[in-house]
Design a protein around this ligand. Structure first.
Ligand code: F6P
Length: 364
C-alpha cells in the first residue's frame, strides 16, 4: 500500500502572473489542515536542484492572497532535465533531475505541487515519469493551456489591457489619432480578443487570423466617412500578416522557450501611417504591466479553487495529474495529455463571430 503523504513541496516556475500567491496560500492552508507539512522551493526548479526552500506555515502565507508575483520567486530558465552546469570550467548541459529527487528524499518530501505553464508542466510530467508524485496547477496570463477552460492570471491581465484601451480611447478621440495597443499572449490571441471586445476596439489582430494591412486601413477610412476620426486597434504580440511571420523582440538563449515576441505594434504603426496619411498612428506596448499587480477577484477565487483541488488530488493519490476547470467544475487531467497541445482562439468560434457581428474587424 502506498504510504500516506506527510510533507509536500510547492514551487512556482515560468513567467509569473497574478494569483500565484493565492494558490500558494490556498494549497498550504488546505495541506496543513489535513496534517501535511509544506515547504516552498525558491526560484522554481532551481530551488529543487539547490535544495533552497523555506517552510510554509499558516503565518508565512498569511496576508499574501492580494499580492501579485510569487513569494517563492520564479524562473523560466531552469529545466533540470537540460541544465547548464560547469564542468572543468566549461558549461555543459546535463540532466540533473536525480539531484532534485535526492534533495526531496533528504527532506522527506513525499510529493510536489508544481505551479506553472507549458514549459514548467513539461518538466512536471518528466518528474512524474520518473516516479515522483506530482500534481500540476496551470498558470498563465495567456490562457493557452489545453484541457482547462481558464487559467488564473488571465482575468487580471485582460482587466489591465481593457483599462489601457479605455484610456487610449479618450486620448485617441481628443487628437484624432489611431491608437494601437500591443498585448501579450504568445501565439494565442485570447488577451487581445477579450480585452479588445471589452475595451471597444475597432480592430483586433490575433495570431489565429492572419491580417491584411490594407483591410485595416480600409476599415479606418470607412470609420472616417462615418465621422469617426479616431480608431483603436488591439494587437496580440503574436499576430501575423497574411503570408508573413511574427515579430520577435528577443531570443533568450538559456530559456526552454527562447523566443520572446514583441514589437508588432510599432511595425503596424509605421505601415498604417503610410496608408492613412491624415492621422498620426501611435503604438503602446503594454508588456509586463499585464503580469504585475494584484489579482482580480475572479482570479483570487479561481486560484484558491486550483490550490485546494491540488491538495484534494494528492489526498486521493491522483498523482501525475494537472488540476483543471471545466465549466464550473474543478477536475483533473493527466499531465501526459496536456503537454504540447496549445489552446488557441477558434477563428470560427462564437466569440470571434460575436465580435464580427458588432463590426469589429480582424483585418481579414
Ligand atoms: O507566457 C506569459 C508571457 O507573459 C507571454 O505573454 C509573453 O510572451 C512572455 O511571457 C514574456 O516573457 P518574459 O517575461 O520572459 O519577457
Amino acid at each position: 500500500m502506498a504510504s500516506k503523504i506527510k510533507k509536500i513541496g510547492l514551487l512556482t516556475a515560468g513567467g509569473d502572473c497574478p494569483g500565484l500567491n493565492a494558490v500558494i496560500r490556498a494549497a498550504t492552508r488546505a495541506a496543513l489542515n489535513n496534517g501535511i507539512e509544506v515547504i516552498g522551493y525558491k526560484f522554481g526548479y532551481k530551488g529543487l536542484y539547490l535544495n533552497d526552500f523555506e517552510e510554509l506555515t499558516k503565518a508565512r502565507v498569511s496576508g499574501i492572497q492580494h499580492l501579485g508575483g510569487t513569494i517563492l520567486y520564479s524562473s523560466n530558465k531552469d529545466n533540470l532535465f537540460e541544465y547548464d552546469v560547469e564542468i572543468d570550467g566549461k558549461t555543459v548541459m546535463k540532466d540533473v533531475s536525480d539531484v532534485a529527487i535526492k534533495n526531496m528524499k533528504k527532506e522527506n518530501v513525499d510529493a510536489l505541487i508544481i505551479i506553472g505553464g507549458d514549459g514548467t508542466l513539461t518538466s512536471a510530467r518528466d518528474f512524474a515519469r520518473k516516479g515522483v508524485k506530482v500534481i500540476g496547477v496551470p498558470k498563465t496570463i495567456d490562457n493557452d493551456l489545453a484541457v482547462t477552460d481558464v487559467t488564473f492570471g488571465f482575468n487580471s491581465a485582460i482587466n489591465v489591457a481593457r483599462d489601457a484601451l479605455d484610456r487610449l480611447h479618450t486620448t485617441a478621440e481628443s487628437h484624432h489619432r489611431i491608437m494601437i495597443l500591443e498585448v501579450m499572449g504568445r501565439n494565442a490571441g485570447w488577451i487581445a480578443l477579450h480585452s479588445g471586445i471589452a475595451g471597444s476596439a475597432d480592430v483586433i489582430l490575433i495570431p489565429e487570423i492572419p491580417y491584411d494591412i490594407k483591410k485595416i486601413a480600409a476599415r479606418i477610412k470607412e470609420r472616417e466617412k462615418r465621422g469617426k476620426l479616431f480608431s483603436i486597434i488591439a494587437v496580440a504580440e503574436g499576430a501575423i500578416p497574411v503570408g508573413g511571420d511574427v515579430v520577435v523582440s528577443k531570443i533568450v538563449k538559456d530559456s526552454p522557450d527562447p523566443i520572446r515576441l514583441g514589437g508588432i505594434g510599432n511595425v503596424l504603426a509605421i505601415q498604417l501611417e503610410d496608408l492613412i496619411q491624415k492621422h498620426e498612428v501611435r503604438a503602446t506596448i503594454l508588456g509586463h504591466l499585464q503580469r504585475g499587480g494584484s489579482p482580480s477577484t475572479f482570479d483570487r477565487i479561481l486560484a484558491t479553487r486550483y490550490g485546494v483541488k491540488a491538495i484534494e488530488l494528492l489526498l486521493d493519490k491522483r498523482y501525475g495529474n494537472m488540476v483543471t476547470i471545466n465549466g464550473d467544475s474543478m477536475s483533473y487531467e493527466h499531465l501526459e495529455n496536456i503537454i504540447g497541445r496549445p489552446k488557441n482562439v477558434n477563428p470560427e468560434g462564437e466569440l470571434v463571430k460575436t465580435a464580427r457581428s458588432i463590426g469589429i474587424t480582424f483585418g481579414d
